[in-house]
Ligand binder design. Structure first.
Ligand code: AMP
Ligand code: MG
Length: 279
């Protein structure tokens, strides 16, 4: 799974070097992969409980992708077994008026995890160097500055106890077409189809250029990107879950020290007599 991690300043050619159909060592092992995901969910649930109890570390999982690549599906599949009290998902849409009146990190900073929290970003600060670039919403001179601004922001977060894991779910143009057609043909999925998805799709290669430069400029030792093969949902989910679980294990978290004299309290409880109050 480490193969999908992008090294700092590594040049990327998404079309050439990153196969959305890749299965790594799991080719032909879908049933095993699905079973492994079930194990990983249980591990994630256990790790999240210690994260919360220890109240020291902060975890930020950030997901970016083209339409239909499975941002929502990945979040559902990977975090399915986790206590909803411990996880929060923040989705970033077209900025509201008040958001647009501030700097682009204002709304993002407001959603970062506090001690003991795990936050998932569904889209993120990176939209400012993706959609903003592709649609010329800011001049190049402005959006180019955001790479360094984002790196500095992420450095601040990691310096203050945040583990950041960034994922780009990589599908290809054909797969997107199939998925859009499936949305149109499936009554329960039609709501997900937006006519605006088609003009966006025509900008596919501009988006790929924006993604590969953004990933290359902002994959750092402290906040690495992972380019996840995402044409096959089960493998995509497996990669994301595996990377998160590995990273959380490395934090070496522990439950806080128990109260002293537990035996004394146990004795007290076993011997207690609580009188019923007479009316
Ligand atoms: P969805 O995730 O499908 O609900 O769509 C959210 C939309 O918000 C996408 O089209 C994003 O490109 C757009 N969006 C998110 N952040 C920004 C931003 N900073 N500037 C402009 N558009 C954005
Ligand atoms: Mg959409």
């Amino acid at each position: 799974m480490e193969d999908y991690r992008v090294k700092p300043h590594q040049k990327i050619d998404l079309a050439k070097d990153c196969d959305p159909n890749d299965y790594g060592e799991w080719k032909g092992k879908k049933a095993k992969g699905v079973a492994r995901l079930t194990e990983l969910r249980a591990e994630l649930d256990a790790l999240q409980q210690v994260l919360y109890a220890e109240h020291q570390h902060k975890v930020l999982v950030l997901i970016q992708a083209m339409d239909t690549a499975g941002k929502d599906g990945t979040i559902r599949a990977v975090f399915d077994g986790v206590n909803p009290q411990g996880v929060h998902v923040a989705s970033f849409k077209v900025p509201t008026q008040i958001e647009a009146d501030h700097d682009f990190l204002w709304r993002v900073h407001a959603q970062v995890p506090a001690k003991g929290e795990l936050v998932v970003f569904n889209r993120s600060q990176y939209e400012q160097v993706l959609v903003v670039r592709v649609h010329n919403l800011e001049p190049e001179k402005e959006w180019r500055k955001h790479y360094q601004q984002i790196n500095d922001f992420e450095k601040l977060l990691t310096d203050t106890g945040t583990t950041i894991l960034k994922f780009f779910l990589n599908i290809d143009l054909d797969e997107q077409k199939q998925r859009l057609l499936e949305r149109i043909d499936t009554p329960e999925k039609q709501w997900k189809f937006s006519p605006g998805d088609l003009p966006e799709r025509k900008l596919w290669w501009q988006y790929m250029e924006a993604y590969q430069e953004a990933i290359s400029q902002t994959s750092t030792e402290y906040a690495p990107w992972h380019i996840v093969p995402a044409n096959h949902n089960w493998y995509r989910n497996l990669v994301v879950a595996e990377v998160i679980v590995e990273a959380l294990k490395k934090l070496d978290m522990h439950y806080p020290q128990a109260a002293e004299d537990l035996d004394q309290y146990k004795k007290e409880l076993n011997e207690e007599v609580i009188e019923k109050k007479e009316n």
